[in-house]
Design a protein around this ligand. Structure first.
Ligand code: GMT
Length: 376
């Protein structure tokens, strides 16, 4: 199969869209393609070195006149340059705003049909940010000017059609997980290091945005801790962290709740857990839940967005309605009380991650879409 030259543009932070974009780029490089990452910082998950991977930094110069330095233009400029000098076949942008629009501008500046533009929609680029008045039309324009558009779940595809009524078709390509890295393993050392004794461990990983409802995760934990010795590990950081800490204090569980901040080896935290809690308002996919499942950790999440496409209710986890903390606590008790039942959930979680969301088939699907775009 011929080698493709692919540009991948994403947010470099710990968020799911950046993680997926980075893992995809590295998997494509392992399959022999030449990969160019473009972003305002080196993506958090990008490996130290890979002979087929180059990172291109986007610098945004400031000027006294600019109250808001135009990142989208600086990005378009780097995209244009990389596309021309590295002869990119495909520019795959993750998260529509502003990446899709910058890609369209970059290609227009080149005045040709290459690179083909592939846009992957991840979630709030559609449901929150994209739907805002200021970004609605640019988002729809970016979608319609792309050669291929994908969404990470059927739910997100349907939401995009409902909100934007785009002309372009949207294919569903689910996220995936590296099941070699995210796997069950003995983590007695990590547990001991964290001071975890004979306790059940609940975990939560997110960017602590309001949409994640981290305070609900703490409330659920308090309900569990009222019945049995329990510990909660929270990884990640963001604007809701102080409120979550305050809720832990209010409920008197602050000594059993550990805020670990952003972590590179998130699998070490996940593999320590007995239950992963994701009480989000909305979740187009829920990559963190999938990573927990791959570590053999059942999920307790909300029946919202694309999460039911990831967690098969009653088999690899349990789902509850957004905000229904009481129901979540009951479900947590049921999942944790019976060791055999918990072991079954745990096995099913790992099985689902490996059978439905492993790297190979998803990467092949993207390769096929790139080739279709190039052939059209
Ligand atoms: O949309 C966001 O809030 C940010 C985005 C990200 O960059 O982390 O998260 C979304 O994309 C992830 C990767 O596809 C999904 O796993 C998350 O469910 C999704 N977040 C939301 O829909 C809230």
């Amino acid at each position: 199969m011929s080698r493709l030259r692919v540009g991948i543009c994403c947010y470099p932070t710990y968020g799911g869209s950046g993680a997926v974009a980075t893992e995809l780029g590295m998997a494509l490089a392992d399959r022999g393609h030449e990969i160019h990452f473009l972003s305002y910082a080196r993506p958090a998950r990008l490996a130290e070195f890979h002979p087929s991977v180059t990172f291109h930094n986007v610098d945004v110069s400031s000027y006294p006149l600019f109250r808001y330095p135009p990142y989208d233009l600086a990005l378009a400029s780097v995209m244009r340059e990389v596309a021309e000098t590295r002869e990119l076949d495909v520019l795959h942008v993750h998260y529509a705003i502003p990446h899709a629009v910058s890609a369209v501008l970059a290609r227009a500046m080149l005045g040709r049909s290459l690179p083909r533009i592939v846009t992957t929609l991840h979630g709030t680029d559609i449901t929150i940010v994209g739907a805002e008045r200021a970004y609605f039309h640019p988002t729809r324009f970016g979608i319609d000017q792309s050669d291929v558009v994908t969404a990470v779940s059927g739910w997100l595809r349907d939401e995009t059609v409902r909100i934007f009524k785009p002309e372009n078709e949207i294919s569903v390509v689910p996220n995936f997980v590296d099941t070699k890295r995210f796997r069950p393993f003995d983590c007695s050392d990590t547990r001991a290091g964290l001071g975890v004794r004979d306790e059940v461990v609940l975990a939560h990983v997110s960017n602590f945005r309001p949409v994640k409802r981290v305070a609900d995760a703490i409330r659920i934990f308090a309900g569990v801790a009222a019945e049995r010795p329990a510990r909660m590990l929270l990884a990640g950081d963001g604007p809701e962290r102080p409120r979550a800490e305050a809720v832990a204090r209010e409920l008197g569980v602050e000594d059993s709740v550990q805020f670990l901040g952003e972590q590179d080896q998130i699998e070490r935290v996940l593999a320590c857990a007995d239950l992963f809690v994701l009480p989000s308002d909305s979740e187009s996919f829920g990559l963190a839940a999938l990573e927990a499942m791959a570590c053999g950790v059942p999920v307790l999440g909300t029946r919202t967005g694309g999460l039911p496409e990831v967690v098969d209710e009653g088999v690899s986890g349990e789902l509850f309605d957004v905000g229904d903390v009481e129901a979540a606590v009951q479900l947590a008790h049921a999942m944790l009380s019976d060791e055999d039942h918990h072991a079954e959930l745990s096995r099913a979680a790992r099985d689902r991650a490996t059978s439905a969301f492993s790297v190979g088939p998803v990467v092949e699907r993207y390769e096929a879409l790139y080739r279709e775009a190039l052939a059209s």
